[in-house]
Ligand binder design. Structure first.
Ligand SMILES: Cc1ncc(COP(=O)(O)O)c(C=O)c1O
Length: 413
């Protein structure tokens, strides 16, 4: 018998941090196979449908054989134009659809390839802790180093970053920010934050990437400020947006990167070598989403707000602490010590899968500063969320059995 051929993956693979969701996903799978109804609040994967008009357009465009050929790596012109128009209408930002907009296969693909386009061995990027895991993995896969800075949304946070940048040689190349934030739902109050970040980075020659995935998932009257609407943003940075959350189109994989033309060009170069863009009908239908579904995001956000209220009620009963989110599709909650029982959040989430039949995202999966927290995704309807919170209560605060009433003795004593 011949010896087993040894496959040696690249060192790029071994640079990746461990994937903490793997054990949770395995247990979730096993439970489901065993017939257990797991309420899955682990992933920010929208469960509500894409607008019908968009699905209809996809079907219509798919019937036209002219749309069956390879598309283009940067997105069809009509799609890029529509994205630019939307930025103008919503945020007052002027973008040249030819040079300052590129369509991506979801913002995750675009972000990851942008890191590959901008970073290499010896380079450093600053990423807050906690953060969306791709913000760390993509930098690592590009061969660059990640420096974590405890997350915040104020001057003290920017001061921490400034201090870090000034203490490092060579100077970090890139700052990655994400407001409304995943996993914490943290938001910034107004565009002043961006102005200060731009000023700091400009003086030090640091580029900025803003991940604005939840820019349109805002409630309670809050409007998330776009990085690109701050003066000078386009001089040193880009912003990623996505159709995934705004129009419930996660499976369609459509996102955009907009802003600095040189950064867009670098991403376009990488994409030109790697892909041929989306299936054209997806792009055509995406134009319709942006053009004809004006208030869809607002209506969907109202649904998330109601779900948030349901989760917060349950958290209050558990005695857990949290900041009530005004954007995103998550509640980030600190587990009460007596419920955590000294476990890691990974083990706590495995225990809750087992004992409460709900899947949560362990805070540690987003960075060291996520330890003691869980992220609850608002992706089930209110009734299921109520059930999930009841399950948690049942598992964590079991009712003490009522003391049995003693039967009166025969002689009345
Ligand atoms: C902060 C953040 N950025 C990007 C993404 C990925 O979005 P897309 O579906 O456009 O790849 C997500 C998805 O959960 C996210 O939370």
């Amino acid at each position: 018998m011949s010896e087993k051929f040894k496959i040696e993956p690249s060192s790029r693979i071994s640079r990746l941090p461990p994937y903490l969701f793997a054990r949770i996903n395995k247990m979730k799978y096993d439970k489901r196979v065993a017939g257990v109804d797991i309420i899955d609040l682990g992933m920010g994967n929208p469960t509500d449908p894409t607008p019908k008009i968009v699905v209809d357009k996809l079907a219509e465009a798919a019937l036209d054989p002219r749309n069956h050929r390879y598309s283009v790596h940067n997105g069809i012109a009509g799609l890029r134009k529509e994205a630019a128009k939307k930025y103008k209408k919503k945020y007052g930002v002027d973008l040249d659809p030819e040079t300052e907009v590129i369509a991506t296969i979801g913002s995750k693909e675009g972000f990851s390839h942008m890191c590959l386009a901008l970073l290499g061995p010896g380079d450093t990027a600053i990423v807050p802790d906690p953060a969306f895991p791709a913000h760390v993995y993509a930098v690592a896969m590009a061969g660059a180093s990640v420096i974590r800075v405890p997350l915040g949304n104020d001057q003290a946070f920017l001061d921490r970053i400034e201090h870090m940048i000034d203490g490092l040689y060579p100077t970090p190349k890139l700052l990655i920010l994400n407001f409304p934030h995943n996993p914490t739902s943290m938001t910034i109050d107004d565009g002043k934050f961006w102005e200060r970040a731009i000023d700091m980075c400009r003086k030090r020659g640091v580029m900025i990437i803003s991940d604005f995935a939840y820019g349109e998932v805002c409630f309670d009257g809050y409007k998330a400020p776009s990085f690109l609407s701050a003066p000078g943003a386009k001089d040193l940075g880009v912003e990623f947006t996505t159709m995934s959350k705004t129009y419930n189109m996660a499976g369609w994989r459509v996102g955009f990167c907009c802003g600095n033309a040189d950064m867009i060009k670098a991403l376009g170069t990488i994409k030109g070598y790697y892909d041929y863009g989306h299936f054209a009908p997806i792009q055509i239908a995406s134009v319709i989403a942006m053009r004809s579904c004006g208030d869809f995001a607002e209506e969907q956000a109202k649904i998330y707000a109601k779900r948030r209220d349901e989760v917060c009620k349950g958290l209050d009963r558990l005695g857990w602490t949290y900041d009530k989110p005004r954007a995103s599709m998550f509640v980030w909650a600190k587990i009460k010590e007596e419920h955590l029982k000294g476990q890691s959040t990974l083990h706590f989430c495995l225990r809750m899968l087992d004992e409460a039949e709900i899947a949560l995202a362990p805070g540690r999966a987003f960075g060291e500063n996520g330890e003691a927290f869980v992220r609850i995704a608002l992706v089930e309807n209110e009734q299921r969320l109520r059930q999930a919170m009841r399950n948690l209560e049942r598992a964590l605060m079991p009712r003490k059995p009522k003391p049995k009433r003693e039967k009166a003795s025969v002689n009345g004593r």
